[in-house]
Design a protein around this ligand. Structure first.
Ligand SMILES: Cc1cc2nc3c(=O)[nH]c(=O)nc-3n(C[C@H](O)[C@H](O)[C@H](O)COP(=O)(O)OP(=O)(O)OC[C@H]3O[C@@H](n4cnc5c(N)ncnc54)[C@H](O)[C@@H]3O)c2cc1C
Length: 447
């Protein structure tokens, strides 16, 4: 069997890539090491992720993906696929939980983002792949050989392909060397799915919250780490502690629950639906993410930390940039692939400064609420530009003036001298959402 394109990994990235390839007139094959449905991490979508998915659906005539880009249309069209509402981003600072930052990312509970229950979403996407007549092999581990293109060999299957995409989420089947130590962020994660997690708003909801505070990526922030809590409509919640490896090398789920009484209260009736995973340091970055006849999706090449839920947006934006390159003549591709790599690594670098800077501010709610505005301004500005047909890159990372701003304030954070007034002033050209406004008291409604 000879294919134009072999894609390894059928997470959301691999399946969306396969569907696009088919619509571009290619003959792709999708190969998965495991099988669906299966648990996957990476569940909280963002406006940038949903805009990218909507754009992919439109550009490549994939109308069945369109309803997935809004919570309301998802529930109406695919009620059998579990998800949850995501109105925005909620940050609760411990131990003084009255220090709260809420940033709405949507106007209402219909037209909002979703928590993606990946077992269902990824299985749905693989079914779409099969319905499109794309060859799909699961429970299949291939050996790769580069010889006149790619030779792929598994126990009961072999094929050849002209181009290979690694969509394995960091499994690194090509054996590319990794350079994780370059990342400034240094964190690990303890996570699982649970039943019986009490929605935060039922315990500590307030009238001035711009949306139900738990219909969000709920971030509990504390010294040396944070916790995400995401609720699905099926009664399951996804939760994980993300910890600075240096500050908190030995903490476990139990020690953190004992230390953080308000989180313990939220989890008092919680039961894990699978064993709690204790992942080691998460940061990884491939030293090379493209060759003449292969490329990695962003999450296959690099990952930092789930703070602010940027992974799926970066994955989908990366797919949008990568796939048109495969439609170009072979002689033009190498240069374009190198640009794809440079852009992706630049995005990782920008995100690293934002995330690491936030970690450095975790002890001080005022500093954190100020510095995090770089993320929200970058995300919001990029979204607005896209809606008006322009592109400034993922998180506005294609705008050198905005990147210089991040550098400036990141260095201030490192020096322990973040000037919040200067940040509020200098962010103005990108601050179209009314962020850094003291009269909002950290409660940002959708603007
Ligand atoms: C703790 C944590 C929390 C996160 N939270 C968020 C979040 O809230 N929001 C967000 O946007 N992003 C989040 N992310 C990032 C998110 O997980 C990724 O952006 C997303 O999963 C990317 O999808 P993917 O399809 O590229 O990779 P994956 O979802 O990892 O899929 C990879 C697939 O490849 C398969 N595979 C592995 N090895 C092979 C092989 N050798 N051959 C064939 N198949 C193989 C796997 O079985 C899997 O099905 C999080 C990541 C982590 C680690």
């Amino acid at each position: 069997m000879q294919y134009d394109l072999a894609i390894l990994g059928s997470g959301l990235g691999g399946s969306v890539t396969a569907l696009i390839a088919k619509q571009m007139g290619m003959n792709p094959v999708l190969i998965e090491k495991n099988s669906h449905p299966r648990f996957a991490i990476g569940e909280s979508s963002t406006p940038q992720a949903d805009i990218a998915l909507a754009s992919i659906a439109e550009t490549y005539n994939l109308p069945r993906l369109q309803p997935l880009t809004r919570y309301g249309s998802w529930k109406e069209t695919y009620p059998e696929l579990n998800c949850g509402p995501k109105r925005g981003f909620t940050y609760i600072h411990h131990p003084n939980i009255n220090d709260e930052l809420l940033v709405a990312a949507s106007p209402n509970g219909y037209d909002c983002d979703s928590q993606w229950y990946r077992a269902d979403l990824d299985a749905f996407l693989v079914d779409e792949v099969k319905d499109f007549g794309i060859d799909y092999f699961e429970n299949t581990t291939v050996e790769l050989k580069e010889q006149d293109g790619w030779q792929l060999k598994a126990e009961n299957f072999s094929c050849a392909a002209n181009f290979l995409i690694d969509a394995t989420g960091g499994a690194n089947p090509l054996g590319i060397s990794q350079d994780s130590l370059d990342a400034r962020t240094n964190s690990r994660c303890i996570y699982s799915h649970f039943t019986g997690v009490t929605p935060w708003g039922e315990l500590h909801g307030k009238k001035n919250h711009p949306y139900p505070c738990h219909d969000a990526a709920l971030h509990h922030v504390f010294s040396g780490g944070w916790m995400y809590v995401l609720h699905f409509d099926n009664g399951i919640s996804s939760a994980g502690f993300v910890l600075d490896c240096k500050q908190r090398p030995n903490d476990t789920w139990e020690t953190l629950m004992d230390e953080l009484p308000f989180i313990k209260e939220q989890f008092q009736n919680a039961k894990p639906t699978m064993p709690i995973v204790m992942a080691p340091r998460m940061q990884r970055c491939a030293t090379q993410m493209v060759g003449d006849n292969w490329a990695m999706l962003p999450y296959a090449a690099a990952f930092l930390d789930p703070l602010h839920s940027a992974g799926n947006a970066q994955t989908l934006c990366g797919i949008e940039r990568l796939m048109p390159i495969l439609g170009k003549p072979a002689e033009e591709r190498s240069e374009l692939l190198r640009e794809y790599q440079a852009t992706t690594l630049h995005e990782v670098d920008v995100l690293d400064k934002i995330i690491h800077g936030c970690y450095k501010c975790f002890d001080d709610f005022t500093l954190l609420s100020s510095y995090a505005m770089l993320y929200f301004a970058g995300a919001d500005f990029a979204e607005r530009q896209r809606r008006s047909g322009k592109t400034v890159g993922f998180l506005t990372s294609g705008d050198s003036a905005f990147c210089a701003l991040i550098d400036r304030f990141y260095n201030q954070v490192l020096a322990g001298a973040l000037d919040v007034d200067a940040l509020a002033k200098e962010i103005t050209p990108w601050n179209l959402a009314g962020l850094c406004d003291p009269s909002k008291h950290y409660m940002y409604d959708y603007a």
